[in-house]
Design a protein around this ligand. Sequence first.
Ligand code: ATP
Ligand code: MG
Length: 282
Amino acid sequence: MNATSQPKLSARGVWKFYGPRNGQPALQDVSLDVPENGFVTLVGASGCGKSTLLRTLAGLETHDAGALQCDGHAIAGPAPERAMVFQHYSLYPWLTVAENIRFCRRLSLFARNRTSADVEAASGRADALLQLMGLAHVASHYPGQLSGGMQQRVAIARALMSRPRVLLMDEPFGALDAQTREVMHDLILHVHRLERTTIVFVTHDVEEAIYLGQRVVLMAPRPGRIDTIYDVPLPAQRSQDMKHSPEFLQLKRDILARIRATSGMQTDLELLEQLSREARAA
Ligand SMILES: Nc1ncnc2c1ncn2[C@@H]1O[C@H](COP(=O)(O)OP(=O)(O)OP(=O)(O)O)[C@@H](O)[C@H]1O
Ligand SMILES: [Mg+2]
């Protein structure tokens, strides 16, 4: 495989058990490639292993079999090149917005005994990120004074501070209202273009998955596995009105139907119908 075709992230036959190895795997034989500067979204019923896959890619979780690589090197633990953003913003409430964004960099500067020029360069990056995320006017505010959307922008800016090549996002907009989410979608697409980051993004929201992703990976539960990978038939440059296009709506219907079919929900509904029929007949 040559350098240009080497995926940024790759999973090959990955297995993960939380319990005994003869039990239900959280990940069963998962294989996935994410190209450099790709934007891949993961959807699927609750418990299908989306967070587990993301955390193993982050190196926060070990796996039991198979290979996980970033740039062709085995993932053996967390690294600054792979940053995580979670649903809950996890900001330091006693630090201002600007201090929250600079915090991790400051720690690593102390740790590695860097020079004052490095500190200055980091401040420049922090200021650029404050501008990029539309946070300059609240730089001296504390997280408690900000809306949820703004807090999540601070968390994303902080994740971007170390110039990660990969952003791993676990339902980052799950706690936001629909309007704020739309704004965040266009913002994250802008960040993706500008920083040329590779993004893997977990969501429950199929519309969000299609709007953001170049590829949507549908996972299924019990055992956790990849069921289907959909290529999104939309231009690279997205706009909100594309959500009403026939291609978008058809893909959304297909994915929702497949999630229902793989989640066991369909069986539950059929069982409920059968029970009501029996109750009526009795
Ligand atoms: N730390 C853990 N210890 C034991 N089992 C776990 C742990 N984390 C996850 N699991 C189990 O592994 C499976 C996959 O969980 P995971 O959190 O990856 O699913 P998910 O797709 O992210 O679900 P959700 O959509 O609800 O966030 C589930 O059956 C879950 O109960
Ligand atoms: Mg999860």
